[in-house]
Design a protein around this ligand. Structure first.
Ligand SMILES: CC(C)(COP(=O)(O)OP(=O)(O)OC[C@H]1O[C@@H](n2cnc3c(N)ncnc32)[C@H](O)[C@@H]1OP(=O)(O)O)[C@@H](O)C(=O)NCCC(=O)NCCS
Length: 178
């Protein structure tokens, strides 16, 4: 990880906009197939929660634990997104903006679409959002089974491995070409 100070990092990527008071615009891949979209309709919220519940909770044996009405989903600084692939819900990510950092939370790709490059595309679109929000640093508490994926997307381990289910990883955008 970078050794840039807080001040240096803040200068490295200037804040050009803030979505904390408005609905973020969609962020679309160059070929137009992948769109990072803020859930707005009830149906979109249902897809968002169903993907997270199935892939990150029930698939790991945690039934009845997912809370779709958790207040963190609606905090102004937290940004839930659906990945739409050709208009179909294909994945989820929540991007929480905290001071000069962004935190990626509950990253999922629909099971039948995994290992086709869509996770990488979703993180690239999420990174674009983070840059537009002027945050120079991304962190994520990554499940051990997914650290290889994050490494392929340019993240490195961020601090000592404490042996838990997740590993803290990070990416310094000031040192990554967009
Ligand atoms: C992890 C996840 C988001 C990755 O999305 P994906 O669409 O399957 O990944 P991609 O196809 O874009 O893979 C990009 C690269 O990462 C690699 N990769 C993907 N998943 C990986 C994994 N679990 N372990 C190691 N490498 C992985 C791919 O092989 C590919 O490598 P390449 O650069 O050599 O082509 C998705 O598989 C998923 O939802 N998994 C279950 C939930 C989960 O673990 N989420 C993360 C919680 S922190």
């Amino acid at each position: 990880m970078s050794t840039l100070s807080h001040h240096e990092r803040s200068k490295a990527v200037s804040r050009v906009s803030s979505t904390t008071n408005r609905m973020p615009r969609d962020i679309t891949s160059e070929d137009g197939r992948c769109v990072l979209h803020r859930p707005s309709s009830e149906a979109e919220w249902t897809h968002y929660h169903d993907l997270r519940r199935a892939i990150l909770y029930e698939r790991r044996g945690r039934f009845g634990a997912y809370d779709a009405s958790h207040p963190d989903e609606h905090r102004r600084e937290n940004h839930p997104f659906l990945l739409l692939l050709d208009g179909i819900p294909a994945g989820t990510i929540r991007i929480d903006l905290v001071e000069d950092e962004a935190i990626f939370r509950l990253v999922t790709i629909r099971e039948n679409l995994q290992r086709h490059g869509y996770g990488r595309q979703m993180l690239a679109l999420a990174e674009k959002f983070v840059r537009e929000e002027g945050r120079p640093l991304i962190r994520s508490h990554v499940h051990r089974t997914a650290t290889g994926f994050y490494e392929r997307c340019g993240f490195t381990r961020d601090g000592p491995d404490e042996g838990g289910e997740t590993v803290l990883m990070g990416k310094d955008l000031a040192q990554t070409p967009s």
